[in-house]
Ligand binder design. Structure first.
Ligand code: F3S
Length: 299
């Protein structure tokens, strides 16, 4: 069996940076505690040493569990954020809306912003263009935290669409200014089609393609490997939208495509008759899982 692993499989730049940020904070906290002990200084703020991430830092249960072991707590809602008084809050690569960002800054909390710089750039575009009188149209999944965050930086009318059908139905005052951006992990072909549909409606339109290159490259490579494979394995968390999209792309090219979260989900019997097997993984899949799956296939 020949096994090909996509070069672009696994952590993207933004996710790697966010995960490293949390581990760095854990180290900083240890050093600070050590220093306090040695110099007999104790902080009178209860919970000053606590580290929180606003939402799981990545869509990967193993990484989140390891961080929990190191004393990092996941805040799952605004209510949970409101309930804490001290400590460090790390914003993950998806970013947050402006209100949440300002709220953390205004409190006695240390904010560590691990928002991916590419997402930050979308926040900036949305804020500036909305101030310039553009309505904002976000192409992406409205339930995704990244999209909710982007929406929260707009100061004008904001719309979110996710399908070509919604693009067809989209209505806004003709002649008005419209700025279109995309969720970073959106499928490029679909984005192109949707922009074409919207473009025909006669708005004064600016399109900023904010789809991240890491996603483009990962999708293109996955498609190419899947098209030449008898079976394709896509590794990633259940709730990772970029992994789900990778799965859809691979399935189009190779009907024996399997979506697994970790090695134990892999049914090797299904691969027995395959000559060429491809492996790819979503942006939040750690390298060690990819390597385990590769080793198992090569056994
Ligand atoms: Fe950033 Fe792109 Fe990853 S936007 S978080 S580098 S997929």
């Amino acid at each position: 069996m020949k096994v090909t692993v996509a070069k672009s499989a696994g952590f993207c730049f933004g996710v790697k940076r966010a995960v490293e940020t949390v581990y760095k904070e854990i180290e900083n906290r240890k050093k600070q505690k050590e220093y306090n002990r040695e110099s007999n200084k104790e902080s009178n703020k209860e919970g000053w040493d606590h580290i929180y991430t606003y939402g799981p830092i990545i869509h990967n249960e193993q990484v989140v569990a390891d961080l929990e072991k190191n004393g990092v707590t996941v805040l799952n809602s605004m209510e949970e954020l409101l309930a804490i008084e001290h400590g460090t809050v790390i914003i993950r690569s998806h970013g947050v809306d402006r209100k949440t960002n300002d709220y953390i800054r205004e409190r006695d909390l240390k904010l560590v912003d691990a928002t991916c710089p590419f997402v930050k750039k979308i926040h900036k575009t949305v804020m500036e263009k909305s101030r310039d009188g553009y309505a904002i149209l976000i192409i992406g999944n409205e339930k995704h935290p990244e999209v909710q965050g982007i929406k929260g930086w707009s100061e004008s009318d904001t719309f979110i669409i996710n399908t070509e059908e919604q693009a067809e139905k989209f209505e806004y005052d003709r002649g008005k200014k419209l700025c279109v951006v995309a969720q970073t992990t959106f499928n490029y072909k679909k984005f192109d089609k949707m922009v074409e549909i919207i473009g025909k409606k006669g708005y004064d339109i600016i399109v900023v393609n904010t789809i991240c290159n890491a996603t483009n490259e990962r999708q293109a490579e996955a498609r190419q490997i899947a098209s030449g494979s008898d079976a394709m394995i896509v590794i990633g968390g259940k709730s990772s939208s970029n992994t789900q999209k990778l799965y859809e792309i691979c399935k189009e090219e190779c009907k024996n495509t399997y979506y697994i979260q970790k090695l134990k989900d892999l049914d090797l019997k299904k691969l027995q008759t395959c000559r060429n097997v491809g492996i790819t993984a979503g942006a939040s899949t750690p390298n060690n899982i990819i390597e385990e799956v590769l080793a198992e296939c090569q056994n």
